[in-house]
Ligand binder design. Structure first.
Ligand SMILES: Nc1ncnc2c1ncn2[C@@H]1O[C@H](COP(=O)(O)OP(=O)(O)OP(=O)(O)O)[C@@H](O)[C@H]1O
Length: 231
């Protein structure tokens, strides 16, 4: 479980995040939506201890992320391409992560098999450096890397952005399969209301750093969000 309490992030006088309480249960597919600058990435960065909150705490399975390291083996994330090693090919990158995670070559092959459709023969065995990949293929590498090592929690920032329609559909199926079969807890921020409402069982809407809706009724999510964003 992820427990957020009394969380605030302030840059000079501007409060960009203010979340008194938020709990994300194990096995949940949690969607985060909101306009540009609403605070979605900031929340993810604080959960991953990439940015320190001004006040408040984030606990993952009871561990304060700023005070312990144990949670790191349970969490996978892909926020942006800064998390990749641009001077490697995808094959070299996955091989490097394989060693870090202590996986066998068979474990890695088995893991990458799940991404065969998503990679669409454009990622593995191409001898192209990560720095030269298209934005969509970069994202695919980042998502596959985030899911290495059997993480319990996976944070993905805008996973559908830059993916072609076939890849978006393949990614949705993959997330649904992993949620159902492996009980992975996904936290997904997205501007794509159709995709995020289709795969997530809960959507939190943020506006100017505050949670203004916490939607759990699947039948009403999309219409509520469309009404909000239409203004
Ligand atoms: N280092 C920083 N210094 C000052 N302000 C910052 C900093 N990082 C983020 N912000 C501000 O925090 C607010 C929230 O930004 P954040 O990137 O979390 O929004 P977002 O919801 O992810 O937006 P988008 O949909 O555009 O990706 C914005 O107003 C942004 O300008």
């Amino acid at each position: 479980m992820i427990q957020i309490s009394q969380l605030k992030k302030q840059y000079k006088d501007a409060v960009v995040l203010d979340v008194p309480s938020l709990e994300i249960a194990k096995g949940e597919c949690f969607g985060l939506v909101g306009n540009n600058g609403a605070g979605k990435t900031t929340l993810f960065r604080i959960i991953l201890d990439l940015v320190r909150a001004t006040t408040g705490t984030v606990k993952i399975n009871g561990e304060d992320v700023t005070r312990s390291e144990d949670w790191k083996s349970k969490v996978g994330a892909y926020l942006d391409e800064h998390m990749l090693l641009a001077y490697l090919t995808p094959d070299e990158y996955f091989e490097t992560l394989r060693k870090i995670y202590g996986m066998s070559p068979d474990d890695l092959s088995h893991h990458l098999e799940k991404f065969t459709e998503l990679f669409n023969e454009e990622v593995i065995g191409k001898k192209k450096y990560i720095r030269d990949l298209s934005k969509g293929n970069l994202k695919k590498v980042g998502i596959a890397a985030a899911l290495m090592g059997n993480p319990e929690f996976v944070l993905l920032d805008e996973p559908f952005e830059n993916l072609d329609p076939s890849s978006q559909i393949r990614l949705k199926k993959l997330v649904q399969k992993l949620t159902e079969e492996s009980k992975v807890t996904f936290l997904i921020s997205s501007h794509d209301l159709n995709h995020v409402t289709e795969i997530c069982d809960r959507i939190v809407l943020v506006e100017k750093g505050k949670v203004i809706r916490d939607l759990r009724d699947k039948s009403e999510m999309l219409s509520e969000l469309e009404a909000y964003f239409t203004g």
